[in-house]
Design a protein around this ligand. Structure first.
Ligand code: WT7
Length: 648
């Protein structure tokens, strides 16, 4: 069924018909330089770009807005201080319900300037990397913008990752300054960010200064000469700090994300292209209106936080909500309470959160007003059609369009989404491409599938301003990951179907990446974490459909001989703990299955496809089992699966 934009929404929308969209889309594809040159005028440039695009698809080298000079912090902060100094730039919704703090544009500029001066005093210069390991506190926004102001490159690490993961990211980025907090309240828990940081930087001479945000009264050990309270440091400095005029292609930030091989890679985004793409997509996809209060629940450790909680709303002069808590804290009514308290107009969350809230029943939603809401958005994973309908019918009472937007860390901003006043929706489909985006479906042999009604690997045929330019410190890795599978096409790693109407339906990852509750985990990373445990001989990790998380983590493990007598329950517990410790709580396997052997081909390749089917309960249809080196292995796996099913 098609959901047409309601008349009420359409009347004030930026784009009001499918024809409006098609016209602009066609222009963006036929005259990309003209189109993006115009879009770039939404920003304030110190020096306007001389050229719009310079691309070499064979070398995966892209440059947008060459010759242009600008500063992201100036665009997000300074220019709005002149026109709307007293308007809330950020509303901080603290962990405890009902506690808010308003940060006006004037306050924001002052605080960002002071943090920028602190960073400079700690030796940070243009081009240096600063690692940020913070809960969702205002200082997180200040530090990111302060980095942008002085031309430093921020690398935000999600405060749910372990010390080991943090250390790996610090080492890879070469950051010498790290910003953390004494601790981070999150729901009923307090994340021990400082203690985790201490473990992460232990013995690392690379890290010279650790700046510590005082989020709570709790005292934490401070190492003299290395650790500094940020509030004390800020009090030593003025709020005035000149901006560094950056070249459009200068890096703005690095954000680590998991891929199908090896360690997480540092995806690098630039100043000009990223910001132009962020503000343009924000304007059209979220149908920006001047008095919007944009409430995105994403963590800043995720690209959604960077683009649609911080950079795009602020640069467009929109009030943004910084949400420190969880959708379920203290109960399932939290999001609706924040919406009512702050009169939020746009709500942007992940399907996982919606699936959890649905289970708690409609009463929590219905006791709130939600009158302020205009638009509902969802991204991060495929949204089940029934969840889409609940969002639309119950949360939005049929009034608000649901904008299911598809994109990735690497894309910087939304690539496929319904422009809400213009494009009719089908629940579960992200619908049509954004301006300048040319999706291409290819089969496994690389043949382009032209017709509608086809399924294949989702690729993008040309560059767009928000595209990541490289993997930090390793451009070859960038080429190998995104441009080698299908020459001259950006390979997304997602499978996709294009229906008869040309609508895109993302079917999930086709590589060895698991999307768990909207967070990307590489199976290779999970396997390394398991094998690092003394007891483990071999492991294979696969995903399986999970009611809440979208994808659950299932680990098949064989043990070394000396551990084979350990009880399976004890071993499972130990291995879950192991992964939690090495990567972080989010990666904890839902299932650990101890087996005596893994299914392999005679040449030793693990048959993951088979394991995926078994873990998903699709044991009837295992495909070709004749390539198995040891058929008895399969019998054991199937027996175990049957036992698990009968226990449920
Ligand atoms: C992967 C990217 C949205 C950006 C934040 C996550 C999956 C993302 C959707 C959607 C179906 C989606 C894809 C993609 N994904 N949005 N609307 N429908 N799948 O960025 O951590 O880089 O993950 O998330 O599989 O490849 P990320």
């Amino acid at each position: 069924m098609m959901y047409q934009p309601t008349d009420g929404f359409r009347w004030t929308a930026r784009l009001q018909s499918l024809e409006d969209y098609q016209l602009l889309y066609r222009r963006s594809i036929e005259k990309p330089e003209e189109f993006w040159g115009e879009m770039a005028q939404a920003l304030t440039w110190f020096h306007p770009p001389d050229t719009i695009l310079d691309a070499d698809l064979d070398l995966a080298d892209f440059s947008w807005f060459g010759g242009g000079r600008l500063n992201a912090c100036y665009n997000a902060v300074d220019r709005h201080v002149k026109t709307r100094p007293g308007k809330p730039a950020i509303i901080w919704a603290k962990n405890e319900p009902g506690e808010y703090e308003i940060i006006t544009w004037r306050d924001l500029k002052h605080n960002v300037g002071r943090v920028a001066n602190v960073l400079k005093a700690h030796g940070v210069r243009k081009g240096d990397r600063v690692c940020i390991y913070l809960p969702m506190v205002p200082e997180l926004a200040y530090t990111m913008l302060a980095c942008a102001r002085i031309g430093a490159v921020h690398s935000v690490v999600f405060a749910g990752f372990s010390a080991g993961s943090l250390r790996e990211r610090i080492l890879d980025s070469g950051a010498r300054v790290l910003v953390t907090a004494n601790e981070g309240p999150r729901g009923a828990k307090r994340v021990q960010t400082k203690a985790i940081t201490d473990e992460a930087v232990e013995g690392l001479s690379q890290v010279q200064s650790v700046l510590v945000v005082r989020r709570t009264e709790t005292h934490v050990p401070m190492q003299a000469g290395r650790d500094w309270w940020l509030d004390q440091e800020m009090s030593k400095h003025r709020g005035t700090c000149p901006v560094e005029w950056m070249a459009a292609e200068d890096p703005l930030f690095i954000l680590y994300t998991s891929g199908s091989t090896g360690k997480p890679k540092g995806v690098m985004h630039t100043t000009g292209g990223y910001l132009v793409y962020a503000v343009t997509t924000h304007r059209y996809v979220f149908d920006l209106q001047p008095d919007d209060v944009h409430f995105g629940t994403a963590d800043m450790g995720c690209i959604t936080g960077h683009t649609y909680v911080l950079y795009a709303p602020l640069t467009n002069g929109t009030t943004t909500v910084l949400f420190e808590s969880l959708p379920t804290y203290p109960d399932a009514g939290r999001l609706w309470q924040v919406v009512d308290d702050l009169k939020a107009t746009v709500l942007f969350t992940v399907p996982t959160a919606l699936r959890v809230l649905i289970r708690e029943g409609d009463a929590y939603v219905k006791k709130s007003s939600r009158k302020s809401l205009r638009l509902l958005a969802s991204a991060g994973e495929p949204i089940n059609p029934e969840v889409w309908r609940w969002y639309h019918d119950v949360v939005g009472e049929g009034r608000c369009p649901v904008v299911d937007n598809w994109w990735q860390t690497e894309t910087g901003g939304v690539l496929i989404a319904p422009l809400p006043g213009a494009i009719p929706c089908k629940p579960g489909s992200a619908t049509l491409p954004f301006f300048g985006i040319e999706p291409v479906l290819v089969d496994d042999e690389g043949r382009v599938l032209e017709a509608n009604g086809a399924s294949g690997n989702l690729c993008i045929a040309r560059t767009w301003p928000g595209q990541a330019r490289t993997v930090w410190g390793n451009h070859q890795h960038f080429i190998d990951t995104y441009y080698s599978r299908f020459p001259r096409l950006y390979f997304t790693g997602d499978g996709c179907r294009r229906d008869e109407d040309g609508y895109y339906w993302i079917t999930g990852r086709v590589d060895d990446v698991l999307n768990v509750s909207g967070i990307r985990l590489g199976t290779a990373e999970l396997e390394s974490a398991l094998v690092a445990h003394d007891a483990v001989a071999e492991s294979a990790v696969v995903g399986f459909p999970h009611e809440i998380k979208g994808t659950g983590v299932c680990a098949f493990v064989t043990l070394k001989p000396e551990y084979q007598d350990t009880s399976p329950e004890q071993m499972e517990g130990a291995l879950k703990k192991q992964v939690r410790h090495v990567i972080g709580p989010i990666a904890t396997p839902d299932q650990v299955r101890i087996v005596s052997g893994l299914p392999k081909t005679p040449s030793g390749t693990i048959l993951r496809r088979m394991l995926r089917k078994i873990a998903s309960g699709e044991t009837q249809d295992l495909g070709d089992t004749s390539t198995l080196a040891e058929p008895t292995v399969l019998d054991e796996l199937l027996k175990q699966q049957l036992q698990m099913e009968s226990r449920r």
